[in-house]
Design a protein around this ligand. Sequence first.
Ligand code: PMP
Length: 415
Amino acid sequence: MTNSDTIFTSTLDIEKLRKDFPILQTKVYGKPLVYFDNAATTQKPLSVLKNLEDYYKNYNSNVHRGVHLLSQQATDAYEQARKKVAAFINAAHDYEIIFTKGTTNSINLVASSFGKRFLTTGDEVLISEMEHHSNIVPWQLICEEKNAALKIIPVDNNGELIMEEFDRLLTEKVKIVALTYVSNTLGTVNPVRNIIQKAHAKNIPVLLDAAQAIQHIPIDVQELDADFMAFSSHKMFGPTGAGILYGKEKYLNAMPPYEGGGDMIKNVTFAKTTYNELPFKFEAGTPDMSGAIGLGAAIDYIQQTGIHAIQHAEEELIAYAYDQLSAIPSLRFIGNAKHRAGAISFLVGNIHPFDMGEILDKQGIAVRTGHHCTQPLMERFSIPGTVRASFSVYNTKNEVDALIKGIEKARKMLE
Ligand code: PMP
């Protein structure tokens, strides 16, 4: 933690910070919006909105292909955004940052491309029981194609990985471990450092799905020694449609292109096409320029606020929410991990999550209900879904109090 972060930690003024997010002033059914659906997508600060407007108003142009001024300005801004991402996660090289459409796209890229190069009959891919569908299905697709097997690290009743099972499953047959850093449903923060160390001891690379970590936890990919990492712009105050795949140079260079098209080639003839160098080899076609540049602005916003300060404020708020929710008699948490970030999932008595979600909505409180794209995890807990409150740095204790009141109202109506 740097000194400036320490100062921010004690001085982060949430009421002031909320003014950066115009949508937080919105009323829903005449009630102030309480937005607790941040794991699905976060709201955007004015600086990001202005950045997008500036791009389209002043220098919208296709990147990489033009000699004219606007194209150069767009290219510079796009490449600048790549540098910001690289610095934010401390990648060794800018060209290890691939712009994608989002986490789903990033994981599909690795599953398909790494899989084509490195998977063969009898190999295994190791994931966990708490993965989002986007870190399950791409691996199922490639495993089917390559006659490889998908192995699953189970979770215990608290929603934590059973590490003895991980140790047992981590055999020489495993060619890659693909794991979520933070569970979008349970909020569990997984011991990824330990997992990466153990996998590397057997020369097995690790992909981290950081969709729910990047906005809550400082991440240094070199220090963690992650081999791949995927995340989405829209979950970290940036625009939709853009995301990142970080990959170590040695793997990205060894993998075949994922998509073919413009920009990813060095030379095309009908007889043979050669491919561009990193990162362009994996960026076929016109990229989401405004999305990438907007993500750069979102990273500026996070850097100015301080990721350590954000983490500290959120941890305090989650601890408060957890305490308040614990006092509700018939409420049971789904997931009780010691180390959590972002989200809290729960069920109240026998109230169906959808009914709870609707009653809360009428009070202006946005939560998400259902399986959260983690159906195998729902099966593990023998439940159809949960109510999930997920937090961002702009949420307040008053909003948590509104949630508690809303739940009490639902209990009176439905229990
Ligand atoms: N992984 C996790 C853990 C997620 O929470 C999400 C989004 N809910 C995704 C992957 C997919 O992200 P996106 O839809 O932005 O591609």
